[in-house]
Ligand binder design. Structure first.
Ligand SMILES: *Cc1c(COP(=O)(O)O)cnc(C)c1O
Length: 370
């Protein structure tokens, strides 16, 4: 039996086609909207050769193979993380259904359900809160986000999936912060793993993209068909860029996690820092569950300064840290989350460690803190 391949090897080879002499080594984008039809081509027969760019594309399939292989399920790519999430919500929820959402997760998940869907019963639960049979009773869908964004709290996916399944619910995990290398929700009992691949998976802050992966082929087919009909389809060029970025995910995450560990070390106990969270540290309250269910940790650290002014001063004094929303890219960036309406203190910063040298980044952050 062959030894299982490591993360680096899997990322480099993810979604590669079999070698053909004279063919390109890396995956190449196919941008076509039109494809030659044969007389035998009946669209009603479903997926066959490509015929129109909204229904299918070789470049999508290459990335779907790549991410699906890493997630351990059947993957459908979307033009954004929100397109992936909203498509899932539209496909699995009907009026009268109960949906459980993280009260401290990505804010637009709650907005979408409350403002753009009708007739649902919404139950909000904190990621680090009590998850009992009552929490999930009567639910059609339980959405988890772990580690949560921006607080970096963690919940036990397997321990929640059991009562949720007993209650007849589907379990979906927003796996954006972890990436498929950091956590495999499907292997932990979730039915769906979804993510914004705008973040670490693509990793170069130059593409907006998302995906769902599921172990249920029938659900994957429904999601794929909803994508075709709703028309929320990703551009092949963006999909190709994400595939290109995925090749170095292992390397980037390794450096980002190294930077996060070093930063956590100097921020914890720093006189200007009120609190700091990074589930990768044994000192973090989320570490016991995180170290059990996660395969490795990423580069996002959340910490709190005294005020919005203190954050502005920190950013102005830094040479390397850019003020920007989003995370997981090559460049270290900081986002003061209260500006977006997250229920966090004014001075809370979600800090995304980039791929700079650790000594340079730590020195810059310490100088900027003064
Ligand atoms: C960014 C993000 C989303 C939304 O993804 P987009 O690609 O911006 O649409 C969803 N969930 C989490 C946890 C995110 O960080």
């Amino acid at each position: 039996m062959n030894a299982p391949l490591g993360d680096g090897t899997r990322c480099v080879h993810a979604g590669s086609s079999s070698p053909v002499p004279g063919g390109a080594v890396p995956p190449q984008p196919v941008l076509a909207a039109q494809y030659h039809l044969s007389e035998q081509h009946h669209l009603s027969e479903g997926p066959g050769p490509d015929f129109y760019g909204r229904a299918g594309n070789p470049t999508w399939r290459a990335l779907e193979d790549a991410i699906g292989g890493l997630d351990g399920g059947s993957c459908v790519v979307y033009p954004s993380g929100m397109a992936a999430l909203s498509s899932l919500l539209r496909v699995v929820l009907r009026p009268g259904d109960t949906v459980v959402l993280p009260s401290d997760g990505y804010y637009l998940a709650r907005s979408y359900v409350r403002e753009h869907m009708t007739g649902l019963r919404v139950r909000e639960v904190a990621t680090a809160g009590e998850w009992t049979a009552e929490t999930v009773a009567g639910a059609r869908l339980v959405l988890l986000e772990t580690p949560s964004n921006p607080g970096l709290d963690v919940c036990d996916i397997a321990a929640i999936a059991a009562p949720a399944h007993a209650a007849g619910a589907l379990v979906a995990v927003d796996n954006t912060t972890a990436t498929p290398l950091g956590q495999r929700p499907l292997a932990l009992g979730a039915d769906i793993s979804l993510a914004s691949d705008t973040k670490a998976l693509s990793g170069h802050s130059d593409v907006v993209l998302g995906h769902t992966s599921t172990t249920d082929p029938e659900l994957a087919a429904r999601l794929r068909s909803e994508r075709t009909v709703s028309g929320a389809v990703p551009g092949p060029f963006e999909v190709w860029l994400a595939h290109r970025g995925l090749g170095t995910l292992d390397l980037r995450l390794a450096r980002q996690a190294e930077n996060a560990a070093a930063l956590y070390g100097v921020l914890r106990g720093h006189p200007r820092v009120r609190s700091v969270r990074w589930p990768g540290s044994p000192l973090d309250p989320a570490h016991p569950v995180a170290s059990r269910q996660m395969r490795r940790f990423g580069g996002v650290v959340t910490f709190e300064l005294d005020s919005a002014d203190a954050v502005a001063g920190f950013l102005a004094a830094s040479r390397l840290v850019v003020s920007a929303t989003s995370f997981g890219g090559l460049h270290s960036s900081a986002d003061r989350r209260a500006r977006w309406g997250d229920a966090v203190p004014d001075g809370t910063i979600r800090f995304s460690c980039g791929c700079e040298d650790t000594a340079d980044l730590v020195a810059d952050v310490l100088t900027a803190l003064g």
